[in-house]
Design a protein around this ligand. Structure first.
Ligand code: 0X9
Ligand code: ZN
Length: 763
C-alpha cells in the first residue's frame, strides 16, 4: 500500500505539477504569505507542495522552495517538523503596494518609460513609436494573433544594407518574453534591449557593430491575452493563456505546448493545472505563431525566452536529463552570459541544462528551437531569487534589464564569430608512455560552417604534423596525442577551418599546449574487496552510530545500494552499511567516525625523477536528507608522515546522490613520501542531520622518468651537461634543452641546475 501511494506522489514530482489541486482562487490573497522552506528529500518537497496554495519557484530535488500559503497551510507545514521562513509576510499587501507604485509613477510628469511596468497597449505603442523614430533601423511586424485575436507584435532591429553586408546575409537572434502572463519584469527586459540598441546606434561602437552585422528581433509579449488579463483586478498572478478548456478551467501553459517532446515529464495533463500542456503539441495559437515565425526566418541562430524569476540561465534539454550533443557550446555561452550579468551589478545567475538546473519540463520553447530548428536556445529567468518574485519593485526594472541586456548582447555577438570553438575537458600536461591519449574539441557553425578540425602536434621540437579529428558526438571532435617515450615533449594545438578557407585556432594567438611523456607506476590501488589494513576510529571520535565498516551497502534515501561503479566488486567502506527501518536508522550520529588507510608510498623508484603524483578515489557523501539537512562537512585528509600530521584534501559537503570520483595532484598538498596515509572523517555535528559517507577504489599513480643526465646528448654525463642546462635556464647560448625542469617542480630556475649538478656529482 505504501508503495502505491509513493508512486503516485512521484509522478506528480515536478514542483509546478502540484499547483493543480490548489489553484489560487480568483479573489485576492488576504492572509497569504510567501514562505521559504528547506526540504531535505523529494518526498518532503512533494508533501509541502501538496499542502501549499501555489509554488512561486522551486528547484528539482531538494533544498529551498518558496510556497504561498494560508495561515492553515502554514500550520500544516510546521506540523511536518519544518521551520518555514517568511519571505513575503502579506502577499496581498505586496500586490496592493505594486498597484500604488504603478499609479504613483504614472502621475509623475517626466516619468521614464522604464520607471514603471507597462500595459500591453503601452508596450505595443512604444514599438510603433520606435519604428517612426528610427525608420532606417527598426521595423515592426505582427507575427500572428492570439486566441482572443490580439496581435503578437514584434520589432526587427538592424542597420540598413551596407556594401558587402546586405541585411539578408546577417545572422538573426530572437528575444521574446511573457509566455507567462504574470512575469511582468520580462517585457520590460526585452523592451530595454530594443531601447538601448536603437538609442546607442551611431554613438556606442560595440552596439553599433552588432546592429550593423546582426538582426535583433524582439517579441516582448507572446501571451497577450494572459498579460492583459493579469492587469485586471485580482488576476495579477495569472500564468497561462486564456483558453477555455471547456471544463470550467481556463488556460494552457504556452511553455508546455511547444511540439518538441511535447507531453513528457513536467507537464500536466490536468486543464486546471498551471503547467497544463494543452490538447496536443502546438494546440495554441500563441505557440503556433511563434513556431511559424521562427521557422520562416532561416537566418535565426539564437533565441532567448525570458521568464521570471530565479536568476537562472537554462539550456536544453528541459524534457530529459540527457545532455544535448552541443552541450560544450551551450556551457561555453552560459559561462559568457553569466559572467556578463555578474559584471553589471554583481548578481549571480546559476546556469546549466534546464532539467537539472531548475526542474524537468517538456514542451518548452528552447527545446523546440534547438531540437527542431537547431538554434542556440536558452531560457533566462530574471531577478530576483524570491524576495519579491513576480512582484518586482519598480526600482529594480532597470537594473534587472541592464544585466540581462549584457547577456542578450553577448549571445547575439557570438553569432558573429566565424565558428564556435570550445575546449572540451582538461588537456593533459603529462602523457603516459603506454597509450595515446584522446583530446577533444567542440566546433559548431556560427557565421560560417566548419570543415574537419585538425590536431597539430610536434614532438621534441621537430616538424609540425596535423591529423584530421574524428567526429565523436554532436559538435565534439577527437584527436589522439601520441604515447611519448619518457622525457619527450609534445606541443599541440587545434585548428578549426571553415568551409570558406579561414580558420580558428585553439589556443588562440599562436599559443600551444605542452605535454611531457612519463611512466606511470601504480603504488597503491584498493578496490576494498579484500582487507588491506584500513583502521576504523581515531582519538576524539564521538559518533555513536553509523561507524565505518567494509561491506555491501543497503540502499536508503541517503546511502548507496552498491559499491562504486568504477570497480567491478561489491564491497566498499560505508558509514554502517545497514539500511534499517528508515533513512536515520544507521547514519552517522553524535559526532565523528574516522577511517584511515594503510600506509602507502608516493615516490618513484631510485634513479627516477617524479613528474607528479595522482591520488584518486570514489567517495559518497550525503547530508541533504532528513529534517535538518546540510549541517555537516566531512573532511578527507592526507598525511605524509604516517599519520602524525594531516592536511585537508577536501571537505565533502555536496549531495550528488552518486558515487563521485575525485582526483588530486598529491604534490600540491604535501611533498610525496613513502609514508602517506589517507583519512575520511565522517562527521555529524549538526543536530538532526542525516550523514552517510562511503569510500571505494583508491588509487595512487606516480608519474616519473628515469633520470637522464646527458643533457647535451653527447653520450656523457658531465660538466658540459650542467653548463648546457645553466645556459638554457639563463636564456643564453645555443645549447637547447628539451625539458629544462630537471627537478620537476614546475619551474625552470637555478634549482634545476643545482639538482643536475648534484646528480652528476663532482660538480
Ligand atoms: O516552468 C517554466 O516554464 C519556466 N519557469 S517559470 O517559473 N517562469 O514558469 C522554466 C522553464 C525552463 N525549462 C525547463 N525547466 N524545462
Ligand atoms: Zn515563466
Amino acid at each position: 500500500m505504501r508503495i502505491a501511494v509513493l508512486s503516485v506522489i512521484l509522478t506528480a514530482g515536478v514542483c509546478t505539477a502540484a499547483w493543480a489541486q490548489h489553484a489560487p482562487p480568483a479573489g485576492p490573497y488576504h492572509g497569504h504569505q510567501l514562505v521559504r522552506v528547506e526540504v531535505g528529500s523529494p518526498e518532503m518537497r512533494d508533501r509541502v507542495l501538496d499542502l501549499a496554495t501555489t509554488a512561486w519557484n522551486c528547484r528539482v530535488g531538494t533544498g529551498l522552495i518558496d510556497v504561498q500559503v494560508t495561515p492553515e497551510q502554514l500550520g500544516a507545514i510546521r506540523a511536518l517538523g519544518l521551520e518555514p521562513q517568511v519571505v513575503i509576510p502579506d502577499v496581498q499587501a505586496l500586490l496592493d503596494q505594486e498597484q500604488r507604485e504603478i499609479a504613483e509613477a504614472r502621475l509623475q510628469r517626466d516619468a521614464s518609460w522604464f520607471g514603471v511596468f507597462r500595459t500591453l497597449t503601452e508596450v505595443h505603442a512604444r514599438l510603433d513609436l520606435w519604428a517612426t523614430q528610427y525608420p532606417t533601423l527598426a521595423e515592426t511586424f505582427v507575427a500572428g494573433q492570439t486566441l482572443q485575436g490580439r496581435n503578437i507584435k514584434g520589432i526587427r532591429i538592424t542597420a540598413p544594407d551596407q556594401p558587402g553586408n546586405p541585411r539578408i546575409s546577417r545572422p538573426a537572434v530572437l528575444f521574446n518574453s511573457c509566455q507567462h502572463a504574470r512575469e511582468w519584469a520580462t517585457p520590460m527586459t526585452t523592451m530595454w534591449i530594443g531601447d538601448r540598441l536603437l538609442e546607442s546606434y551611431g554613438t556606442d561602437a560595440r552596439l553599433s557593430a552588432l546592429v550593423n552585422q546582426c538582426e535583433i528581433i524582439i517579441i516582448p509579449v507572446v501571451n497577450c491575452d494572459g498579460y492583459e488579463f493579469s492587469w485586471q483586478p485580482n488576476n495579477r498572478l495569472w500564468r497561462k493563456n486564456r483558453r477555455d478548456n471547456g471544463d470550467g478551467t481556463f488556460g494552457v501553459d504556452p511553455n508546455r505546448n511547444w511540439g518538441y517532446q511535447w507531453g513528457g515529464e513536467g507537464a500536466s495533463t490536468n486543464p486546471g493545472n498551471d503547467t497544463y500542456r494543452g490538447t496536443g503539441p502546438f494546440s495554441e495559437p500563441e505557440t503556433q505563431v511563434m513556431r511559424d515565425f521562427i521557422t520562416a526566418n532561416t537566418r535565426l541562430r539564437a533565441h532567448i525566452d525570458f521568464h521570471s524569476f530565479s536568476q537562472l540561465i537554462l539550456a536544453p534539454w528541459g524534457y530529459t536529463s540527457e545532455l544535448p550533443p552541443d552541450r560544450p557550446i551551450f556551457a561555453f555561452l552560459e559561462e559568457d552570459m553569466r559572467e556578463g550579468i555578474f559584471g553589471v551589478h554583481g548578481r549571480v545567475y546559476d546556469a546549466g541544462p534546464a532539467y537539472t538546473t531548475i526542474y524537468p519540463a517538456s514542451g518548452v520553447a528552447p527545446d523546440w528551437s534547438f531540437g527542431a530548428r537547431g538554434l542556440l536556445a536558452y531560457t533566462i529567468e530574471v531577478r530576483d531569487q524570491g524576495t519579491y518574485g513576480f512582484v518586482m519593485p519598480v526600482s529594480e526594472i532597470i537594473p534587472n534589464a541592464e544585466e540581462n541586456f549584457e547577456a542578450a548582447i553577448r549571445l547575439a555577438e557570438s553569432t558573429l564569430l566565424p565558428l564556435y570553438v570550445v575546449p572540451v575537458g582538461e588537456y593533459p600536461s603529462v602523457l603516459t608512455t603506454s597509450a595515446p591519449e584522446l583530446v577533444r574539441l567542440a566546433v559548431r557553425a556560427a557565421k560560417e560552417n566548419p570543415a574537419t578540425p585538425l590536431l597539430w602536434t610536434r614532438v621534441n621540437g621537430g616538424a609540425w604534423t596535423s591529423q584530421p579529428m574524428g567526429s565523436e558526438v554532436g559538435s565534439t571532435f577527437t584527436g589522439a596525442l601520441p604515447a611519448l617515450g619518457c622525457g619527450n615533449v609534445v606541443e599541440y594545438y587545434f585548428e578549426a577551418p571553415t568551409t570558406t578557407g579561414t580558420s580558428v585556432t585553439y589556443p588562440a594567438g599562436g599559443a600551444t599546449l605542452l605535454a611531457r611523456g612519463v611512466d606511470l607506476d601504480v603504488t597503491f590501488a584498493d578496490d576494498m574487496e579484500t582487507d588491506r589494513g584500513w583502521t576504523v576510529g581515531a582519538p576524539g571520535d564521538t559518533a555513536t552510530l553509523g561507524i565505518w565498516n567494509r561491506c555491501d551497502p543497503e540502499a536508503t534515501a541517503a546511502q548507496p545500494g552498491n559499491d562504486a561503479t568504477f570497480d567491478p566488486g561489491v564491497l566498499a567502506w560505508i558509514t554502517d552499511c545497514r539500511a534499517g527501518t528508515g533513512v536515520g536508522s544507521f547514519d552517522v550520529d553524535g559526532g565523528t567516525t574516522t577511517l584511515t588507510s594503510p600506509r602507502f608510498g608516493a615516490v618513484p623508484a631510485s634513479g627516477r625523477r617524479v613528474a607528479g603524483v595522482r591520488l584518486s578515489y570514489a567517495r559518497w557523501h550525503s547530508n541533504n536528507a532528513g529534517a535538518n539537512p546540510n549541517q555537516d562537512t566531512s573532511p578527507i585528509l592526507l598525511s605524509n608522515d604516517d599519520g602524525a600530521t594531516w592536511v585537508q584534501l577536501e571537505g565533502a559537503q555536496d549531495n550528488a546522490g552518486v558515487w563521485q570520483r575525485k582526483a588530486w595532484r598529491l604534490e600540491e598538498f604535501l611533498p610525496p613520501t613513502d609514508r602517506m596515509r589517507l583519512r575520511f572523517v565522517a562527521s555529524d555535528l549538526g543536530a538532526g542531520s542525516i550523514v552517510e559517507c562511503g569510500l571505494d577504489d583508491v588509487r595512487v599513480e606516480v608519474l616519473s622518468c628515469p633520470i637522464d643526465l646527458d643533457y647535451n646528448a653527447d653520450g656523457n654525463a658531465d660538466q658540459d651537461d650542467i653548463a648546457c642546462l645553466a645556459q638554457t635556464v639563463a636564456g643564453e647560448g645555443s645549447c637547447t634543452v628539451l625539458d629544462p625542469d630537471f627537478n620537476g617542480d614546475g619551474n625552470v630556475d637555478q634549482d634545476d641546475v643545482q639538482a643536475l649538478a648534484i646528480a652528476i656529482g663532482g660538480g
